[in-house]
Design a protein around this ligand. Structure first.
Ligand SMILES: Cc1ncc(COP(=O)(O)O)c(C=O)c1O
Length: 457
């Protein structure tokens, strides 16, 4: 152990491979189904939306997938990212625990999302794609893909959930600065958007609706536009494993090994990114690190959702996958952690949670912001509201270790900074933010609208 605070790798330490959990996972992948026929999809169906390289990664069980040199070149703008020991936070808590955090907020758009936006834009570029569509909730994913599409000279249109479009004008401006076109979803540009507006002109949007719009535009473009997704799918989680691979080396530099690894979970990509390389060490090399995904009580996908087949979007256009879900028609409350509002969860995380390899905790909004502010005061960085969920549980672990007089090594992923999220902080600081618990009855009601799949649920 050293008295160092910041553990910084060299450019030459940038990972050369992504790690695929399906090579080692004790639970096999579940089939991805066509939303119309509910039969397993063919690469042909997926190729309407994605280039073949990404489809092959989606279904691959190869353990390591080489990161193309062109992608590594762009990664070098911000990777390897630093890992820090939160010494000042430890002191403020008076804890016997050692707290480390991997900081992904140093990327150009301020979060982990470029780790997958860059390869998605790259594989589209080499497949000849000229234009892409996507959705964004909080704006982190949209600005990351806008950055990456600009690098590879691809046009991008973004369907941004209306509530965020209104709450976060500067995120929208950032996307526009990188050259993307941003629409407030639901729009009147798509059949699905028009049908939603006809039912309720004041609909504030949801990620499920925005995904439906972006998918519809790509699917009806006669192959001229492809679609990019910022979480949930295997290839997205795969790209994020650079976080965990770097962290393993950096924990080694610190001469420690984590007892617990923590990440917030929206669709699951930053959590999988940090956790899967540590899960490999658990499965293959006898380590026993606990892996904890943290979600808001307002969107409790893992802790209250049902593990079953469901549609990936509200309009039932995206593939059906087996996952923890709150129901595809889930209308989220307007909580501030916009990036955690999705109704589903990555299939691999769902399966691993169901089989007991991954733990999940739900935390309330107010205690989350309380933790974020404690962290900001001690360490200087204002966490993104999404990342603050991981901060909350890291602090809870440190306090629990203190109460038990244990030395516990805690590692969490600080997936982004909150410099564009000050409206959420303002809301907390002025006492306007309220806790919300998604009612179990609402989940139960949504379950009656699940697709009727003739496979083991
Ligand atoms: C900073 C940040 N962290 C986490 C998330 C949640 O996504 P995921 O679970 O895919 O990491 C988001 C989503 O937008 C985000 O912006």
């Amino acid at each position: 152990m050293t008295d160092q605070t910041r553990f910084q790798l060299n450019e030459s330490d940038l990972p050369k491979f992504w790690y695929n959990i399906y090579a080692d996972s004790p639970v096999p992948p579940t089939p991805v189904l066509h939303p119309g026929t509910l039969e397993p999809v063919t690469p042909d169906f997926l190729s309407v939306l994605f280039p073949m390289d990404l489809i092959m990664q989606e279904i691959s069980t190869e353990k390591y997938i080489e990161i193309p040199e062109e992608v590594r070149e762009i990664y070098k703008l911000y990777r390897p990212t630093p890992l820090l020991r939160a010494r000042r936070l430890e002191k403020a808590l008076g804890t016997t625990a050692h707290i480390y955090y991997k900081y992904e907020g140093v990327s150009p758009s301020g979060s982990h999302k470029p780790n997958t936006a860059i390869p998605q834009a790259f594989y589209n570029k080499i497949a000849g794609t000229k234009a892409m569509t996507t959705e964004t909730g909080a704006g982190q994913w949209g600005s990351s893909l806008a950055f990456a599409c600009n690098v590879f000279d691809i046009e991008l249109e973004i369907y941004m959930v209306k509530v965020s479009y209104q709450q976060k004008p500067y995120r929208r401006n950032l996307m526009e600065t990188y050259g993307a076109r941003v629409y407030s979803s639901p729009t009147d540009l798509t059949n699905y958007g028009r049908s939603v507006l006809a039912e309720n002109p004041n609909n504030m949007g949801s990620l499920g609706i925005a995904i439906s719009e972006a998918v519809e535009v790509a699917a009806t473009s006669n192959g001229t536009k492809k679609y990019g997704l910022g979480s949930v799918l295997n290839h997205v989680l795969l790209h994020q494993t650079v976080i965990g691979e770097e962290s393993l080396k950096q924990m080694d530099m610190a001469d420690e090994y984590p007892d617990v690894v923590i990440g917030c979970v929206g669709g699951g990509s930053n959590f999988a990114g940090i956790a899967y390389p540590f899960l490999r060490e658990n499965l293959k090399n006898g380590k026993r690190t606990r892996l904890v995904g943290v979600e808001p009580t307002a969107t409790p996908t893992l802790t209250k959702g049902t593990y079953t087949f469901d549609y990936g979007d509200t309009a039932k256009m995206a593939p059906v996958v087996k996952m923890h879900t709150l129901g595809h028609d889930f209308m989220p409350p307007g909580i501030h952690a916009g990036g955690l509002r999705y109704h589903g969860m990555a299939p691999s995380i769902s399966a691993l949670h169901d089989a007991g390899y991954i733990d999940a905790v739900a935390v309330k909004q107010k205690e989350t912001f309380e933790a974020a502010i404690m962290f900001a005061k001690a360490e200087g960085i204002v966490p993104a509201p999404e990342s603050a969920h991981a901060v909350r549980v890291a602090i809870d672990e440190a306090l629990d270790a203190k109460a038990k007089g244990e030395k516990r090594v805690i590692l969490f992923n600080l997936s982004g900074h909150g410099n564009f999220d000050m409206a959420a902080y303002e809301s907390y600081l002025s006492g306007k933010l309220e806790d919300y618990e998604y009612p179990a009855e609402a989940v139960k009601e949504s379950m009656s609208k699940l697709p009727q799949v003739n496979l083991p649920a």
